[in-house]
Ligand binder design. Structure first.
Ligand SMILES: Cc1cc2nc3c(=O)[nH]c(=O)nc-3n(C[C@H](O)[C@H](O)[C@H](O)COP(=O)(O)O)c2cc1C
Length: 175
């Protein structure tokens, strides 16, 4: 199997998953900052991981702007974030629709994993962004269930990475 894992990370959660996946599949995991699209075209299966920031998958444009070159590849995208796996409807609507504006291509599957947010490690910009988001959500008169959940997620503090959850991605890649 000719497979590569590429990841982009700010606080290490996505790198952790990328290394678990690469270890499971016996392939390499490369930091996206050292990778150009031409470097990965020689692989048949490409796994891309990025953290979620305001519902944007960190660095995914590397793939989305090159979909024409990647149409014959098997692609797995995984995200790490605080969106619980049980919120898949929200995830499909807000994350997949936002990141795949042309629609999700048939050769791409997207997996959502819990990441980490250790408040003491966050940059000032990120801490401020989370405070602002929380204020906006709290200011809503009739918040949706998801908006209420987002207020709670702004207060998350911990490492929720879990190696067991990668089985679905591994099965998809091997299948
Ligand atoms: C400013 C900021 C915005 C975030 N936005 C989201 C989000 O929209 N959805 C989500 O599920 N998690 C969100 N998170 C949580 C991160 O995605 C999570 O910490 C992730 O594991 C980070 O991955 P990384 O360490 O590989 O960069 C956000 C975190 C920060 C600091």
């Amino acid at each position: 199997m000719n497979t590569i894992v590429v990841y982009k990370t700010k606080y290490g959660a996505t790198k952790t998953y990328a290394e678990w996946i690469a270890n499971e599949l016996g392939c390499e995991a490369l930091d996206a900052k050292n990778v150009k699209i031409d470097d990965i075209l020689k692989y048949d299966t490409i796994i891309y991981g990025g953290g979620l920031y305001a519902e944007i998958i960190n660095g995914l444009h590397m793939l989305t702007k090159n979909m024409d070159k990647l149409k014959d590849k098997k692609i797995a995208v995984f995200t790490t974030g605080l969106t619980p796996p049980s919120c898949r409807d929200y995830y499909d609507k807000m994350v997949i629709e936002k990141n795949f504006k042309e629609g999700l291509p048939e050769n791409v599957r997207v997996f959502n994993y819990l990441g980490k947010m250790v408040v003491s490690e966050l940059s000032l910009v990120h801490r401020t962004a989370l405070k602002t988001l929380k204020k906006i959500m709290q200011g809503k008169e009739n918040p949706t269930e998801m908006e209420r959940l987002l207020v709670e997620l702004c207060d998350a503090d911990g490492d929720f990475c879990d190696r067991c959850v990668i089985v679905d991605l591994i099965e998809y890649v091997r299948g």
